[in-house]
Design a protein around this ligand. Structure first.
Ligand code: MTE
Ligand code: MO
Length: 203
């Protein structure tokens, strides 16, 4: 039976409770959260550099990067400011496929994602591989808008959304777990929404 209510969009899915981590609420819109002004990065000026420590391993132009295999991820996302958004759909290049193109396996256990605005965030290497993360190029089938991190952003949906660096321009493997922008300013070093790891001292 199809009812009027089905089309209204006001009724959350029946499994909503099990999909909303502790302390989060369900958001229908897509809020923008940026530490500073939105950088306008033209694709002709865009590049992505993979580094092991200070040593560049491989660098891609926009055209080269877009020639890598494109994958789709549809995931719930969770911002530390307490909104959760269901079923966001992205297309981009899995970190697995970036590493394969560079011909390497993760050389260390930790990474820092770097962005055009100077933002950085740390993510353990194991949280980026095995299909868990991508460099997203499209959101809901269209190029990611500048405010949401276009031309390219990291997507690590199983961690709080501050780990999904916008305006991404590189990934650096580091010997140690090095805190990034928000991790240096009181946010949790790992940021698992299901364990409610919001702030530095949260277990
Ligand atoms: N480069 C960069 N990436 C960033 C940020 C930022 O300020 N700069 N903000 C982070 C935070 S705190 C969140 S919650 C998400 C917000 O992404 P959205 O604006 O697409 O919702 O981006 C993250 N990635
Ligand atoms: Mo955030």
């Amino acid at each position: 039976m199809v009812t009027r209510g089905f089309f209204s969009g006001r009724k959350p899915p029946t499994d909503a409770d099990g999909r909303i981590p502790p302390g989060q609420y369900l958001e229908q819109g897509f809020p923008v959260l940026s530490a500073g002004p939105t950088p306008r990065v033209r694709t002709e000026d865009w590049s992505f550099t993979l580094k092991h420590g200070l040593r560049p391993v491989k660098k891609w132009t926009w055209a080269e990067f877009n020639a890598l295999p494109l994958s789709r991820m549809t995931r719930d996302i969770h911002c530390v400011t307490a909104w959760t958004k269901f079923d966001t759909s992205w297309q981009g290049v899995l970190i697995d496929d970036i590493l394969a193109d560079a011909g390497i396996a993760p050389p260390t256990a930790f990474t820092l994602a770097h962005s055009f605005d100077g933002y950085a965030t740390n993510v353990p290497a194991k949280d980026l591989v095995a299909g868990k993360a991508m460099v997203a190029l499209l959101y809901e089938g269209k190029p990611i808008t500048p405010d949401h991190g276009g031309p390219a952003r990291l997507l690590v949906p199983h961690l709080y959304f501050w780990k999904s660096a916008k305006w991404l321009n590189g990934l650096q493997f580091t010997e140690h777990d090095e805190p990034g922008f928000w991790e240096l300013r009181g946010y949790h070093i790992y940021g698992d929404p299901w364990r409610e790891q919001r702030y530095t001292d949260d277990p």
